[in-house]
Design a binder for this molecule. Structure first.
Ligand code: AVI
Length: 347
């Protein structure tokens, strides 16, 4: 297994995390002085950005959360049955659930309830960099699903060793859902899964949620709609990163002078989010811990690339898992093949 040094610096802060001022200053300087200009997606998730993301997951156009939740509702017992199957000389074991980037764990309750139906009790270990999200997850689960022991861990799952609390004769089922894997480049996605695999035993399982490429029913228009919704929530989420830079770095962006744009990049199989400057403009960022003051010049039409959201073919899911030390065993999709939930075994 590769060491965590294979994980790039941009992964260090992980997604969904409030981050120290120095890390924000350094990331912004590196991204906005490069060509083309970029900002890392983890910068989205300040308090307001996290709230906007929660709203995105409830939008009619953002099918990802709704379909994944539906797949859990329909198939939870089957998923857990397969995850608990005996392999080799490992007789039907009790599962322990660990969740990477658990957030508030709203969908996980469906799987936990299925595990409790099968084995009466379960230890659930949500891992996230956000303490507040974990507190909410614990409260949700403890008050709604008797039989679950919650052991939260604040950690950066992309680079740090996971706090696996392995009881004798248990198998770990790791959850990485919500298409979060899609926000990493193909190489970084492999590094994140290898970091996970390095901490599992052969026979442990991974449940991975992946958004799918357009196909017979799913069109590019569906994808673009999910990232450019009619209510403007995704646009507000995208522009909020500029509001954050004004507040935290004293920058003088006029967010209304940047247009939200979602585009489908077919050759890279990803939705890209950009903030486009329709006019020539300058933005000032005062000196900070990362260096001296910056004056950023934007030409008309120039963009800041803020996020990639990769979409997968079944073959790509299989090869990513294989390259990371897992074998794909089962996939559940909705009838129109918008989204897939994949069960894999650590080899
Ligand atoms: C968190 N992640 C899986 C979301 C996605 O779909 O890539 C983030 C997001 N960006 C815009 N809308 C949602």
């Amino acid at each position: 297994m590769p060491t965590t040094a294979a994980v790039s610096d941009s992964l260090y802060e992980s997604l969904f995390a409030p981050s120290p001022a120095d890390a924000v200053a350094a990331e912004v300087r590196a991204g906005l002085t490069s060509t083309p200009k970029t900002l890392s997606p983890w910068l989205f998730y300040d308090e307001n950005g996290s709230r906007l993301f929660e709203r995105i997951t409830e939008l009619p156009e953002y099918y990802l959360t709704r379909i994944e939740r539906g797949l859990f509702h329909t198939h939870a017992d089957e998923i857990i049955k397969h995850a608990s199957e005996p392999t080799g000389n490992d007789p039907a074991p009790m599962l322990t659930l660990i969740e990477l980037g658990a957030g508030t764990a709203t969908k996980t309750g469906i799987l936990l309830a299925a595990i409790v139906r099968r084995q009466r009790t379960v230890v659930y270990q949500p891992v996230d960099v956000s303490e507040t999200a974990l507190a909410e997850a614990t409260e949700n689960i403890r008050s709604n699903i008797p039989g679950v022991t919650v052991r939260c861990q604040v950690a950066d799952y992309t680079t740090q060793a996971l706090p696996l609390n392995r009881l004798p004769n248990t198998r770990t089922l790791a959850l990485y859902i919500g298409s979060s894997i899609g926000n990493f480049s193909p190489d970084d996605a492999c590094s994140v899964l290898r970091n996970l695999r390095a901490q599992l035993l052969p026979g442990d399982r991974l449940l991975l949620g992946t958004d799918l490429v357009p196909g017979e029913s799913k069109t590019v228009a569906h994808l673009l709609g999910a990232y450019n919704d009619a209510s403007g929530t995704t646009a507000a989420f995208n522009r909020n990163v500029l509001v954050r830079l004004n507040r935290e770095l004293g920058a003088n962006f006029h967010p209304e002078n940047f247009e939200h744009k979602a585009r489908w990049n077919a050759s890279e199989s990803r939705i890209e989010m950009h903030l486009i400057s329709p006019i020539a403009q300058q933005v000032h960022i005062p000196a900070n811990s990362a260096g001296s003051a910056l004056t950023l010049k934007f030409a008309p039409g120039e963009t800041i690339h803020t996020e990639n959201s990769h979409k997968f073919t079944p073959g790509r899911i299989r090869s990513l898992l294989h390259a990371s030390g897992f074998t794909l065993t089962h996939t559940w999709t909705d009838p129109e093949r918008f989204f897939a939930v994949n069960l894999a075994t650590a080899i």
